[in-house]
Design a protein around this ligand. Structure first.
Ligand SMILES: [Zn+2]
Length: 267
């Protein structure tokens, strides 16, 4: 499942692959995604110019003068870029034909992705309750300390709560907690000020590194092939058997998600 760095990378890949920002035609191929694709979308975007493409949490946003398209890749959503004539592939859901004849096709095997139109994005139900962006200055020591002070949540659940921090998923939450030497099961209010500081730093570090890796690998791809946004970053704890200290890594379920930690390195 794509997390923040993957979505950022895919977002950048789309940006770099667009020559002309004008949309000729938005075409719905199969409207069955997590939410049915609204049949009004073509009338909103056809002939319009994309002003800006950016990531917010795990969403890709295309901004126009009259509103925004909000795209989520779900579990298996991907874009491919083609030129000339569109030939359909199983699990294609919509396509965006640009004025320069590039066509971006969205394919989603498991159909957990989504696309919405919002005339005012700040008021859209998917967007209005999203927390701070972890790579901005709004996510800082004071912010995390305030959020943890009275919380009885397990710290891993807290940093994965999208209403608190946007876009931190299972892998990077595990990695950041490992770097901070904090157990994922620790109750949030038990974190000291210095633990919060360490955690803020670690979350930024793992995400920046992942974006950088994604950004690096993307340069090796000439086309947007759907896999280009993914990268294999060297993980320190997630999915591993043994810690670099030699200890066996534990895998516990927290809210149904596999959570990896080293009992020796993380307290
Ligand atoms: Zn260890």
């Amino acid at each position: 499942m794509p997390e923040l760095p993957e979505v950022e990378t895919i977002c950048n890949a789309i940006k770099h692959n667009i020559d002309s920002p004008k949309i000729d035609e938005f075409q719905i191929i199969n409207n069955k995604l997590r939410w049915k694709i609204n049949k009004n979308i073509p009338s909103k975007v056809n002939g319009q110019t994309i002003k800006k493409i950016y990531r917010r949490a795990k969403y890709i946003v295309f901004e126009f003068h009259n509103g925004s398209l909000i795209i989520h890749l779900g579990m298996t959503g991907k874009f491919r870029k083609i030129q000339g004539t569109y030939t359909s592939i199983k699990h294609d859901h919509f396509l965006i034909k640009m004025a320069d004849d590039n066509i971006f096709v969205y394919n989603d095997v498991r159909k957990f992705g989504s696309i919405h139109w919002a005339s005012d994005i700040s008021d859209h139900f998917l967007m209005k309750n999203i927390g701070v962006e972890p790579l901005t200055d709004d996510f800082n020591n004071l912010y995390l300390k305030n959020k943890t002070t009275k919380s009885r949540m397990k710290i891993k659940n807290l940093i994965m709560d999208q209403k608190i921090i946007a876009g931190v998923g299972n892998i990077y939450a595990s990695e950041a907690l490992f770097l901070s030497k904090i157990r994922p099961t620790k109750i949030a209010y038990r974190l000291s000020k210095s633990m919060c500081e360490h955690l803020v730093r670690s979350i930024k570090t793992v995400l920046k590194k992942a974006v950088k890796y994604g950004g690096t690998s993307i340069k090796d791809y000439k086309t947007l092939d759907g896999n280009s946004g993914y990268f294999t970053q060297k993980l320190l704890v997630y999915g591993l058997d043994k810690c670099r200290c030699g200890e066996k890594i534990r895998n516990v379920k927290i809210s149904g998600r596999s959570s990896f930690y080293c009992p020796k390195c993380q307290k």
